[in-house]
Design a protein around this ligand. Structure first.
Ligand SMILES: Cc1cc2nc3c(=O)[nH]c(=O)nc-3n(C[C@H](O)[C@H](O)[C@H](O)COP(=O)(O)O)c2cc1C
Length: 173
């Protein structure tokens, strides 16, 4: 038996529904970076939420996706042709991640940001920015998969904020 298999939890084969807590626990074993997805609402108010479901999808054309909870305040801001930005956080930006996952009414109050080419808010000090136009929305259970085409990019050097085991982490070396 390989070392990976010997550490794995028993495989669910009973045909019983997957327990929600177990599902979350297994998902928590997948390490990710952390992003703030932002967009400008039609009324001119900046919107943003913490997202770790960011994935690159296609190189040609360049496309990425994020999965957005259908109950999130920001959910309805995404429609085909609308714009959003993915701000990839540096390890020093844990506070901003916590803030944009909280129930604070005005998440942008006291936060430094500028409008990007699409109008979506960008934060200084991030590791990368993907400014996107929505190409496709796919309803998947209680989330919507938002697929965007990248129309502008930024990348810097630095160390990422990580999320693993339901908590924030840093690279170990
Ligand atoms: C590290 C981290 C990653 C998250 N990733 C996602 C995500 O990918 N999709 C999502 O819908 N919510 C995600 N959330 C939760 C949302 O940030 C949070 O539910 C949302 O900001 C609440 O917004 P609301 O008050 O508008 O409902 C994440 C939260 C944290 C702390």
């Amino acid at each position: 038996m390989s070392s990976i298999a010997s550490h794995a939890m028993p495989f669910q084969m009973s045909g019983l529904p997957i327990d929600r807590r177990q599902f979350r626990g297994a998902c928590a074993m997948f390490a990710t970076g952390v992003t703030i997805v932002t967009a400008m609402a039609a009324d001119g108010s900046p919107q943003g939420m913490t997202v770790n479901s960011f994935t690159s999808v296609s190189a040609d054309p360049p496309q990425v996706l994020v999965c957005v909870d259908r109950r999130a305040r920001m959910h309805d801001i995404f429609f085909e042709g609308s714009c959003f930005a993915v701000n990839v956080l540096d390890e020093s930006q844990r506070d901003i991640s916590t803030r944009f996952a909280s129930s604070i009414e005005d998440r942008f109050s006291g936060i430094e940001w500028t409008a990007g080419a699409t109008g979506a808010p960008l934060f200084p000090g991030t590791l990368a920015v993907f400014e996107c136009e929505v190409r496709q929305l796919v309803v998947a259970g209680d989330h919507t998969i938002v697929i965007g085409e990248v129309i502008r990019l930024e990348a810097a050097e630095g160390r990422p904020l990580l999320f693993f085991g339901s908590g924030y982490q840093r690279l170990g070396n």
